[in-house]
Design a protein around this ligand. Structure first.
Ligand code: SAH
Length: 242
């Protein structure tokens, strides 16, 4: 009986019936060294565009290997067109935000430098690897792109006007400012500030943007990582794909 393969692996390679996929050294190490798979074992592969495929191990080596795709086990599922903009915080909490954003179905993850952001740089490659791991783990067939750190004011200056910005504004703590107030749309972004919150200048500028809706995340001030998960939950359950 064929059931859905347990190990899921993201590959940057086209997938289709009969397609062979050459494994990287790291992937081979994981499958054959750590998970002890041998020839014929089944693995689920996805690449972010062709759905999930059941593949079998065709060659297993110490430094490499090859998979062969059999059948499509799940169709490609794209998340809503939602960007998560957040100000990077301490390393472990930033990792958490990226992991949770991938699980919660953000389409793109965009670290932004705000007035009160401490981080000067981020390890984009490491954060992207966290997003891949989260997608492998949560059964998603899509991996959100993690962009490099960019300045919030520059991003807002070039903002695509047809994208609604959900501004999570800590000055609205406890206020009645809900996501329902945002207009209809199919392109979205959520903005979460750093632990220090937004500066008055920044807040005034964002509030004046025609595509921004300021919302409250309830009567308590949440830490940035909690706020990111809360805002993603709120969005997905009301406007998104739940
Ligand atoms: N130091 C700030 C709080 C920052 S919390 C202060 O004391 O006011 C970090 C980020 O999480 C905020 O910038 C905001 O985007 C979001 N956030 C936290 N709690 C929130 C709430 N109740 N409503 C809206 N946004 C909130």
């Amino acid at each position: 009986m064929s059931s859905r393969a347990k190990i899921r692996l993201y590959v940057d390679h086209p997938l289709g019936a009969g397609q062979t996929v050459v494994l990287s050294r790291d992937q081979a190490h994981y499958l054959f060294g750590v998970m002890r798979l041998t020839q014929g074992a089944e693995v689920a592969l996805f690449n972010g565009s062709d759905g999930e495929w059941t593949a079998t191990v065709a060659e297993a080596g110490k430094r490499g290997g090859m998979m062969e795709c059999k059948d499509q086990a799940a169709p490609q599922m794209m998340p809503p067109d939602l960007w998560l903009l957040f100000a990077p915080i301490k390393k472990a909490r930033t990792d958490f935000i990226v992991e949770k954003a991938a699980e919660m179905g953000a389409a793109q993850i965009m670290p932004v430098q705000t007035d009160f952001t401490n981080a000067e740089r981020i390890r984009q490659d490491r954060l992207q690897a966290h997003a891949v791991e989260a997608a492998e783990q949560c059964g998603g067939t899509y991996v959100p792109l993690v962009e490099d750190l960019q300045k919030l004011d520059r991003l807002l200056a070039d903002w695509p006007e047809d994208r609604q910005l959900i501004f999570c504004d800590e000055s609205l703590v406890g206020a009645r400012a809900a996501l329902e107030a945002a207009p209809e749309g199919d392109k979205w972004a959520i903005l979460i500030g750093p632990e220090g919150g937004f500066s008055e200048k920044e807040r005034a500028r964002i509030l004046a943007l025609p595509f921004a809706t300021a919302i409250s995340l309830g009567p308590r001030i949440l830490r940035a990582d909690t706020a990111a998960v809360a805002a993603l939950t709120l969005f997905q359950s009301t406007r998104g794909d739940w």
